[in-house]
Design a protein around this ligand. Structure first.
Ligand SMILES: NC(=O)c1ccc[n+]([C@@H]2O[C@H](COP(=O)([O-])OP(=O)(O)OC[C@H]3O[C@@H](n4cnc5c(N)ncnc54)[C@H](O)[C@@H]3O)[C@@H](O)[C@H]2O)c1
Length: 364
């Protein structure tokens, strides 16, 4: 397969992981880096040996860019992805797909009409740890799925991120920022969500920035920072989730699928590897340590370009991300109203990746 040209827009914090990993995947080649802050784009492009850098247009008009990797902040995701679609490019977007249903729907409809794909993070769900767990579940290792548990709690990303405001604006909070890792895995394991019941709130209206040169500045909190969530899935299974940036206890990566005969403990869905453990009758039945082995942020781009070559639907498809967005909005709506909220979207549920899927070896 001739390497597919990739243009990265958004040269901030997470771009280093993407640029590092994409350089190791032979099916793609990063040919341009852009950012509103062109100096930041230049710094990242130079660090990773990418010759073209500049603003957004430098990426969208580059003749070799076939896939735009959108690493901007959540509030800019739909606008930038739509510009890329209008430029005839396929899109890999960081999560969330967007902030509201109408704009995200319009983006996906426009992409479908233009014959280009929009895919969306998280691609941790395509990592070998979560995938092995999903294969165990699909193979019936713990019997028919009944329920799931997810926990992400801690003091919030303001402890380490130098510009954490976006975590506390629309599109942020623990539900929108971390929820996609857990919710995407839950939907892949238990099927579409049909109803959400949630309660929660926020511990503080204003929080201080704690790290970096702006430490001490204050920022407004505009979203719920604690959510207790019950999800009903279409097949009859249910999930319970706790998402919180208000907790004094840092505990994350808790994700368990409970079948009628046992429980699969999934590695942290925000990581690519980890231990997959199966428990039966209160005893550990099997535990397998799975190394990420070079899989990291960017493998969703590889699934996208391979799907384009094969004419198949990518696994981290925009419709799956739209459903997760629909669920996250339902969580906020249920918190605000105190009522259950039905979820209408029905996403395609991707088949687990084969055990030998490898982004480090070129697809033939
Ligand atoms: N930081 C992480 O650990 C992490 C992990 C996983 C996913 N993400 C996701 O990645 C995305 C980016 O996060 P980050 O931490 O790198 O943020 P960041 O603030 O460090 O970087 C975002 C970059 O996007 C640029 N940008 C913003 N709007 C733009 C626009 N309209 N056009 C062009 N450039 C624009 C900014 O100038 C900035 O350089 C977010 O969606 C976040 O949820 C972040």
């Amino acid at each position: 397969m001739t390497p597919v040209g990739v243009g990265v827009v958004g040269a901030g914090n997470i771009s280093t992981q993407y640029l590092t990993n994409l350089a190791t995947y032979p099916d793609v080649r990063v040919v341009a880096v852009g950012d509103l802050d062109t100096e930041r784009a230049a710094t990242q492009a130079e660090a990773f040996g990418v010759s073209c850098h500049g603003g957004v247009e430098a990426v969208l008009t580059h003749p070799d860019v076939q896939v735009v990797v959108n690493l901007t902040v959540p509030a800019a995701h739909v606008e930038l992805s739509t510009r890329a679609v209008r430029a005839g490019r396929h899109v890999w977007s960081e999560k969330p797909l967007g902030l509201d249903r109408a704009a995200a729907r319009a983006l996906l409809d426009e992409a479908a009409a233009a014959g280009v794909r929009v895919c969306c993070a998280p691609d941790t769900v395509l990592g070998p740890g979560v995938q092995a767990s999903l294969r165990a579940l699909a193979a019936g290792e713990v019997g028919p799925p009944l329920a799931a548990l997810a926990i992400l709690q801690g003091p919030g990303p303001d402890a380490w991120h130098p510009s954490p405001e976006f975590f506390y604006r629309a599109g942020g909070g623990p539900v929108f920022d971390m929820g996609p890792y857990y919710l995407t895995a839950l939907v892949c394991g238990l099927g579409p969500v049909v109803q959400v019941v949630a309660a929660g709130g926020r511990a503080r209206e204003v929080r201080p920035i704690l790290a970096g040169p702006r430490a001490g500045e204050e920022m407004d909190v505009e979203v719920p920072t604690t959510a207790n969530v019950l999800l009903r899935h279409a097949g009859g299974a249910s999930s319970v989730c706790l998402f919180s940036f208000d907790s004094g206890l840092a505990r994350s990566g808790v994700l368990e699928f409970q079948g009628v005969e046992g429980t699969v403990v999934v590695p942290d869905p925000n990581d690519f590897g980890g231990t997959v453990a199966t428990h039966v009758g209160g005893e550990l039945a099997r535990a397998v340590d799975i190394a990420p082995a070079g899989r990291g942020r960017g493998i969703g781009v590889i699934d996208l370009v391979r799907s384009l070559a094969a004419g198949t639907r990518p696994r981290a498809d925009g419709e799956l991300a739209y459903h997760v967005l629909d669920v996250m909005l339902a969580v906020e709506e249920s918190i605000a109203s105190g009522l259950p909220v039905n979820v209408a979207s029905v996403p395609p549920i991707p088949e687990p990746l084969p055990d030998d899927w490898n982004p480090l070896v070129a697809a033939t």
